[in-house]
Ligand binder design. Structure first.
Ligand SMILES: [Ca+2]
Ligand SMILES: [Zn+2]
Length: 179
């Protein structure tokens, strides 16, 4: 929430905003987001404690149990002849089943990945999601150059080569340790 001006009564008795009196309060995570962020490695906790100040967002997932990972893995897939086959690519959210192929969300003791979406638009506005991904990566690069955090990558550009069209899984709300 931000207070973007003050209300004053003019001669006409109307209320007007004076935008030059700007008192911008910083965003804060909900207790749910904080609990989720606390399941992640220090790099992600530090990074998002900076990101939240100027770009409001919600932490969707930190650490995931193998069972929950498998639930996500089944989205867009069907069990055909004992094998999980992709039947709807648009619904696929992960290629990791949580057991044979572990996600960075399954790392122990702390998750090496976090999913975060802009607030309040959440998943509804893909432009804002892309803008947010770039913002997070910019802050991450700066903190990394200061030696404050480890290198971080995003599922908008898995190999981090700035070519966004050389990958099959688009996951712009996913951030993880590069290593
Ligand atoms: Ca790329
Ligand atoms: Zn993720």
């Amino acid at each position: 929430m931000a207070i973007v001006g003050v209300l004053v009564i003019t001669k006409r008795g109307a209320f007007h905003r004076f935008p030059f009196f700007k008192f911008i309060s910083m965003n804060k995570y909900s207790s749910t987001s904080i609990d989720r962020l606390h399941t992640c490695v220090p790099t992600l906790q530090i990074l998002f404690s900076h990101v939240i100040k100027k770009f409001d967002n919600t932490i969707i997932h930190g650490q995931r149990t193998p069972e929950f990972q498998f639930e996500l893995f089944q989205k867009g897939r069907e069990l055909i002849g004992g094998v999980w086959v992709v039947v709807d690519r648009k619904k696929v959210v992960t290629n990791c089943d949580g057991t044979k192929i572990k996600s960075r969300h399954n790392a122990e003791p702390l998750s090496e990945a976090v999913d975060a979406v802009p607030y309040p638009t959440m998943y509804s506005d893909i432009d804002t999601i892309r803008h947010f991904a770039g913002y997070v990566l910019g802050i991450a690069d700066m903190l990394y150059s200061y030696g404050a955090i480890e290198e971080v990558i995003c599922g908008i550009d898995w190999d981090n080569d700035k070519d966004l069209h050389d990958q099959r899984l688009f996951d712009a709300v996913h951030f993880q340790l590069k290593r």
